[in-house]
Ligand binder design. Structure first.
Ligand code: ASP
Ligand code: MG
Length: 421
């Protein structure tokens, strides 16, 4: 390819109406004037995927995943074709391609397939022939030749995979927010847009519920060191947030993000006999029911008995309680209780690797606000606390203040280079 290559992805709201599709087409025609090669990946128009899923589920409680994939992939085809028509109407040679046509091969796990390879020959040829390529995101083809989809939000991953396969320098993700924030601005009025976030931090934030990017997209970008830029398609000249490798020359803020997950629940088993095999007895049946457990706490044992608590996603609480009531009988626990009025507050920051005292500062701040901590867990770049849900807004705002997250980190002065003689 002779020209520089730009890979852009537009999310569902950015192509949500015909007017917005026209707006995206105008943006692309401006970039086109710079002479760059352009590959555009689109999501389905906002609400379309949900609408199609609802239709399928109104016909059958558990529609076959293979059919769901074919159905859902049509959403992205509609927006790809409409955007291409809008581009052609502006005199731009553009062509739309489905997952199959772009050569995106996946495994056979319908509705959450993983990308195996992309055969870019056709795309390269089309770019050489000066076409803008508009790709239907979120979809691929499995070895049997059936249509697969990449899991909800999967167009992000399509875009990164294409950027990697085509050798783009970066991948631009256009969405309805103007970047990644220190915290949810609806909850924390002081929340600030981050200029830069590392892959590790973004991965933690995405798995803690930041909806801005699909987790797999961040994993993919990290693996192939593809810089991502998240920006709003509605603002011109916006910088957005850059997601990339940590830069050792940049001053790292100690913490980058505070997340609050209110979709958590806690189960406690009281007075469980403290014997080998008890944890296996509790968690094996949950794993068999595909219920993921998050934090686990086992109390110090007293007179041969202990209490065991764990958290899980709230929507799985009822199913888990049925299982736990059976388990409790089997292992002679005296009591099982559930608490759905909890929240998980998590502080994420790559700076924690080199700064001590972050956890202590969190506990001090929560205590100064008279917030009780029910559970704690830590990892290299994250501290999470379970608290009562009614305190979540207070906790998140207090921590945001305590870590001065509204202030931009100051850039490290780069040492003047001394030439060796
Ligand atoms: N349309 C799909 C969804 O709503 C994929 C995407 O938007 O990235 O999940
Ligand atoms: Mg999305």
């Amino acid at each position: 390819m002779k020209n520089s290559l730009i890979v852009q992805k537009y999310g569902g709201t950015s192509v949500g109406t015909l007017d917005r599709i026209e707006h995206v087409a105008d943006r692309i025609s401006k970039i086109r004037k710079t002479g760059a090669d352009i590959v555009v990946v689109v999501s389905a128009m906002a609400g379309e995927t949900d609408k199609l899923l609802k239709m399928a589920r109104s016909l059958a409680k558990n529609p076959a995943r293979r059919e769901v994939d074919l159905l859902l992939s049509s959403g992205e085809r509609i927006s790809a074709a409409l955007l291409t028509i809008a581009l052609q109407a502006r005199g731009i040679p553009a062509l739309s391609l489905t997952g199959r046509q772009i050569g995106l091969e996946t495994d056979s796990t319908h509705t959450r397939a993983r990308i195996k390879s992309i055969d870019c020959r056709r795309a390269r040829k089309m770019l050489n022939e000066n076409h803008v390529i508009v790709v239907a995101g979120f979809q691929g083809i499995n070895p049997e030749g059936d249509v697969t989809t990449l899991g909800r939000g999967g167009s992000d991953t399509s875009a990164v995979a294409l950027a990697v396969a085509l050798g783009a320098k970066q991948c631009e993700i256009y969405t309805d927010v103007d970047g990644v924030y220190t915290s949810d601005p609806r909850m924390v009025p002081q929340a600030r847009r981050l200029d830069v976030v590392s892959y590790d931090e973004m991965l933690e934030m995405a798995s803690l519920g930041a909806k801005v990017l699909q987790i797999r997209c961040v994993e993919f970008a990290h693996k192939y060191k593809m810089p991502l830029i998240v920006k709003s398609s509605f603002k011109e000249g916006d910088k957005g947030t850059l997601i990339c490798e940590e830069d050792p020359n940049m001053e790292q803020p100690v913490v980058s993000g505070i997340m609050c997950d209110k979709n958590q629940a806690k189960i406690t088993l009281k007075e469980v006999p403290d014997q080998p095999g008890i944890a296996a007895n509790i968690f094996e049946p949950l794993a068999a029911a595909s219920i993921s457990v998050d934090m686990i706490i086992q109390n110090v044992s007293e007179q041969g008995h202990t209490d065991m608590s764990f958290t899980l996603a709230r929507e799985e609480l009822d199913e888990a309680m049925v299982i736990m009531n059976k388990v409790a009988k089997k292992i002679h626990a005296t009591h099982v209780s559930a608490d759905a009025k909890i929240a998980k507050i998590s502080i994420v920051g790559a700076g924690m690797r080199s700064h001590s005292g972050v956890a202590a500062e969190i506990f001090k701040t929560l205590s100064a606000n008279k917030i009780n901590i029910l559970m704690i867990s830590t990892s290299e770049i994250k501290v999470s606390c379970i608290i009562e849900q009614k305190n979540s807004k207070l906790a998140v705002n207090a921590l945001h203040d305590a870590f001065k997250m509204a202030d931009k980190p100051v850039k490290k002065k780069t040492a003047r280079k001394v030439k060796a003689v």
